[in-house]
Design a protein around this ligand. Structure first.
Ligand SMILES: Cc1ncc(C[n+]2csc(CCOP(=O)(O)OP(=O)(O)O)c2C)c(N)n1
Length: 360
């Protein structure tokens, strides 16, 4: 079930009938326009935060331009909420479209880039795209790659023991799957009689930072590694909205109903390189999921060029207003530096609430 009512983007959305097809599968046109708007808003956010990193309004940039098709379809189908009855998300740093699809205001990501105290994900203390939302079960994103795959079986274990059909979703890149944490996830998710409801997603952009996938991995498909553990999987063209929607729906249905793991590998683009550390310049020759989707929308008669331009214009204006507002907001205070260090815990005798200095 999508997180927001489909067709809340104004215009004639909701009045549309008709389908958008990729030749094999299709989606209703009004849902496609909703997805398109979310993808464009995310791209506007990413491109503006790249600019912030280059103009001294923030520092390091990392994000997911090129992954909007798959990640939007993922975010819209998450069962959003707090606690084990809802889905847990162990994401990596390329999932802005997932958060935007779940309803994150764009300004919240800009606040993290601008390192303001109002940043709800880290109070201005973490890199951009390092999201954390307790109310939506979004576990804090770490810069240390792959550890999320080791933590995911933990929340899935709780969900297995809790009546309900909440699932755990973990995402990461292809290069990180070389690490032991990925193998541990496969082992812990598939122990006989202890199989766990984990949707193991790998967004394969064919690169680590600068090493190509084909120079490191002899297996062409990452999902094939699941075979040894009896974990089924699917590879999907993550630049194809229609295919991604259905692949996510199938995978989620399997994990939700069977309470067993599933591997989903999405082949995606990396449109601005690895991060600001590698320059964040637009890469030529990689397919752009937004351009591909817009061609499909036009072909299906779901909208016209004027409609598409209006969505881009509206997204740019939204982002500019958000940057202006965020830059006027307060930075963290020096006296708060020790706050939010520990999560409150009844079983922690030393720091039950927050860090209060070294025990005397
Ligand atoms: C444990 C660890 N090793 C190395 C790094 C440095 N590092 C950051 S991103 C990255 C590449 C990750 O590639 P991939 O898993 O394919 O994800 P992508 O960034 O391409 O989405 C590396 C090696 C790190 N952050 N953490």
């Amino acid at each position: 079930m999508p997180n927001e009512p489909i067709g809340d983007s104004g215009d004639a959305v909701g009045l549309l009938t008709g389908e958008v097809s990729n030749g094999q599968e299709s989606l209703p046109a009004d849902r496609c326009l909703h997805i398109h708007r979310l993808m464009v808003r995310t791209r506007a956010l990413e491109e503006r935060t790249i600019k912030m990193s280059k103009s001294g309004q923030g520092y390091f940039w990392i994000g997911g331009p090129g992954e909007e098709a798959f990640n939007t379809c993922l975010g819209l189908q998450v069962r959003k909420g707090c606690g084990p009855l809802f889905d847990y998300l162990h994401l990596h740093y390329r999932n802005s479209a997932t958060l935007v699809a779940m309803g994150m205001p764009l300004i919240d990501s800009i606040r993290q880039m601008a390192m303001t105290a109002s940043d709800p994900h880290s109070h201005g203390r973490n890199f951009c795209s390092h999201f954390a939302r307790r109310d939506w079960n979004v576990i804090p994103v770490t810069s240390v790659i792959e550890v999320q795959y080791l933590m995911a079986p933990g929340t899935a274990h709780v969900q297995k023991r809790t009546a309900g059909d909440g699932i755990t979703i973990v995402t990461g890149g292809d290069a990180g799957t070389a690490e032991g944490d990925f193998a541990s996830c496969l082992v812990w998710s598939s122990r006989p009689c202890n199989e766990l409801p984990v949707l193991i997603v790998v967004t394969n952009n064919h690169y680590g930072i600068s090493t190509e996938h084909c120079t490191q991995h002899s297996a062409e498909r990452i999902i094939d590694r699941g075979r040894a553990f009896g974990i089924p999987g699917e590879v999907v063209d993550g630049n194809d909205v229609v295919a991604s929607w259905h692949a996510v729906a199938r995978a989620m249905k399997y994990v939700r109903q069977q309470r067993r793991p599933f591997l989903l590998e999405a082949r995606v683009s990396r449109l601005y390189g690895h991060s600001s550390s590698s320059g964040a310049l637009r890469v030529k020759g990689e397919p752009d999921p937004i351009e591909l989707f817009e061609a499909k929308l036009l072909e299906a008669g779901a909208t016209d060029q004027h409609g598409l331009d209006a969505v881009h214009e509206e997204a740019r204006a939204e982002v500019e207003a958000a940057v202006e507002q965020a830059l006027a907001e307060a930075q963290p205070r020096a006296e708060d530096v020790e706050k939010y260090t520990y999560a409150p815990s009844d079983v922690d005798a030393v720091y039950p609430d927050d860090y209060t200095g070294l025990p005397s």
